[in-house]
Design a protein around this ligand. Sequence first.
Ligand SMILES: Cc1cc2nc3c(=O)[nH]c(=O)nc-3n(C[C@H](O)[C@H](O)[C@H](O)COP(=O)(O)OP(=O)(O)OC[C@H]3O[C@@H](n4cnc5c(N)ncnc54)[C@H](O)[C@@H]3O)c2cc1C
Length: 395
Amino acid sequence: MNRVVVVGAGVLGACVTYHLARAGAHVVLVEEAPGPAGGTSGATFAADVTHLKTPYAYYRLNRQGSEGHLRLAEEIGGPGWRHPLPLVQWSDDEGGQRALRERTARAREWGHDCRLAPASMLRDLAPAVDPAACPADEIVVHSGGAWFDAPRFVRALLDAAARRGTVETHYGAPVTGLLRDGEQVTGVRAGARTWHADTVVNSAGPGAGRVAALAGARLPLRQVPGLIATSGPLSGQPLTAILSVPGLDLRPTADGGVLALSWEVDARLRGSADGLPQELHRRARDIVPGVAGARIADARIGIRPVPLDGLPFVGEVPGAPGLYHLVSHSGVTLAPVLGRLAAREITGTGPVSELADYRPDRTIADTVHDENLISMNRRGARPAALHGSKRQAEV
Ligand SMILES: Cc1cc2nc3c(=O)[nH]c(=O)nc-3n(C[C@H](O)[C@H](O)[C@H](O)COP(=O)(O)OP(=O)(O)OC[C@H]3O[C@@H](n4cnc5c(N)ncnc54)[C@H](O)[C@@H]3O)c2cc1C
């Protein structure tokens, strides 16, 4: 039986664990936090971001991730983590509107379900939005949009993995060393405990660089902090769309509140987040007036694990056979496809061709393929962890 140690119980670790267990591997999941989704997957906006991806091959991969959520939901059953809702975009200047129109045309050519619509449609799509907050005549509507409850997704996958296969889970176990037999990585050490394996999967999210370093390997990865603020239930109408608009991304939460994120606010994260949750709340209120009567229920900083060229790292690197990296930005969207393909490669007989563009030892090109990250670079969000912390933190 194939023995695999998976480091990290976020969306990527949980997805690969599920698919490995299904394929008959013996999986040991080792996580430093006291429970699942204690890292970035517990502090994320978690919308389907397929529409932001280029070139076509990477768009396709994200689309497979998006479709993978539907397939997994059918396969696993239980309480849902996927919340389908239209995603709406607009810009506040002519250049921005032109760019949106061009991207919409490109996405439609690729078969993406999106269209331009008169701004008056907002009244039907999202009556909670103040129409005066949209200065544009036209909006873009992505009808197949969705947001995901990432912690629930992780728990559902791990429960299903335990039902279907042999999975041992160890929380509160930070991996501090790798076992080696020559070059070959043969297991992990967490304090006094060790676990042996044919393959160790490094799905430690923003901590993946540290795990790679234990084998003398380097992952060209940035840690990019992002602040999310969640409100309590809104007074009046709930938000019925995901909004991606100038200075703010906004989506509903399961209990009738909203979750807000802003690249502009992230650019102001400087060691302290003082006043910034309130700033997000104000921005949300300017667009959805019902936010005014709701308090800030939660604010936290998640650390995005961002490969330097924006594309995932999946596979082994020379010099450390047996150590398999599984690291990505937009990991919530991509986890179903990356987890499935990685498990196929680990338990199969050879390389999986769909992963060829995402090998960790590729030449890192100076072009980012993700419009979200282009936006981040333009807004100058700081590529460093806050508070010297590698984990998400409440603020
Ligand atoms: C603000 C923000 C907004 C985002 N928005 C979106 C979005 O809209 N759509 C989208 O698809 N993605 C989005 N992302 C990105 C997405 O959330 C991440 O790509 C994804 O959650 C990463 O999952 P992961 O499993 O790789 O990492 P994590 O969830 O961080 O899991 C890694 C786990 O490894 C553990 N770990 C680390 N080091 C060790 C060690 N040495 N030993 C044991 N355990 C260890 C950590 O505790 C953690 O639990 C966003 C991220 C942020 C921060």
